[in-house]
Design a protein around this ligand. Structure first.
Ligand SMILES: Nc1ncnc2c1ncn2[C@@H]1O[C@H](COP(=O)(O)OP(=O)(O)OP(=O)(O)O)[C@@H](O)[C@H]1O
Length: 180
């Protein structure tokens, strides 16, 4: 059986990052993707921050597994991360997922789409502290990005604990063993 990697996808504000964090208590590891954007504050968690030169070096060496350009910044993961992280949960957009499936054929990527209506997503982004400009920009670009989405499972995230439980069940079913 191929190794399985679980990928959470969804529009901004759908809750994929919070759900991924909740899965860490079951020994799942969230992939920290690289980005060339500046950290929002010192010590920001969630990404590996690198320079454009470093990104270009990874690209030249054929090390990039999944790539996305977001607001002029490079976001990517490396093959080393994908192969060497056990119990991997990856929050990724449709562009990145397409890359992963094309470049890494010996791992099965199980995609889980987190679905929430637009009004709720915008409210959550607002409550999270995002600016109005940023919210409108993400809603528009996400609309384009997700126009041709494909996924293996769809989970609605209005009740957080329920959504996490359903995703835990999906992982257990796919792995044919319980999560501890
Ligand atoms: N079921 C839920 N009910 C209420 N609030 C939620 C729920 N799920 C997530 N949230 C909250 O909504 C906000 C957005 O969630 P999160 O940051 O995980 O979204 P995201 O999909 O990762 O967005 P982005 O792509 O912009 O990073 C967070 O403040 C999170 O705590």
């Amino acid at each position: 059986m191929k190794k399985k990697c679980f990928v959470l996808m969804g529009y901004s504000g759908s809750g994929k990052t919070e759900i991924a964090k909740a899965l860490e208590k079951y020994s799942y590891n969230i992939l920290q993707s690289y980005t060339t954007r500046q950290p929002r504050y010192e010590g920001e968690y969630g990404h590996m921050f690198c320079t454009v030169d470093e990104y270009e070096q990874f690209e030249r060496n054929g090390e990039v597994a999944a790539y996305s350009l977001i607001e002029g910044n490079h976001y990517f993961s490396t093959k080393e991360q994908i192969y060497n992280t056990p119990n991997l949960i990856y929050v990724c957009d449709p562009d990145g997922i397409k890359d992963l499936k094309e470049k890494i054929t010996d791992i099965e990527f199980i995609t889980i789409y987190i679905k929430v209506d637009k009004k709720t997503r915008m409210r959550r982004m607002h409550e999270r502290g995002d600016s109005v400009d940023k919210i409108l920009s993400r809603v528009t670009t996400d609309g384009i990005k997700f126009a041709k989405k494909r996924f293996d499972y769809q989970v609605i995230n209005y009740e957080f604990d329920k959504a996490v439980k359903i995703i835990k069940n999906i992982i257990e079913t796919e792995n044919e063993q319980p999560l501890n």
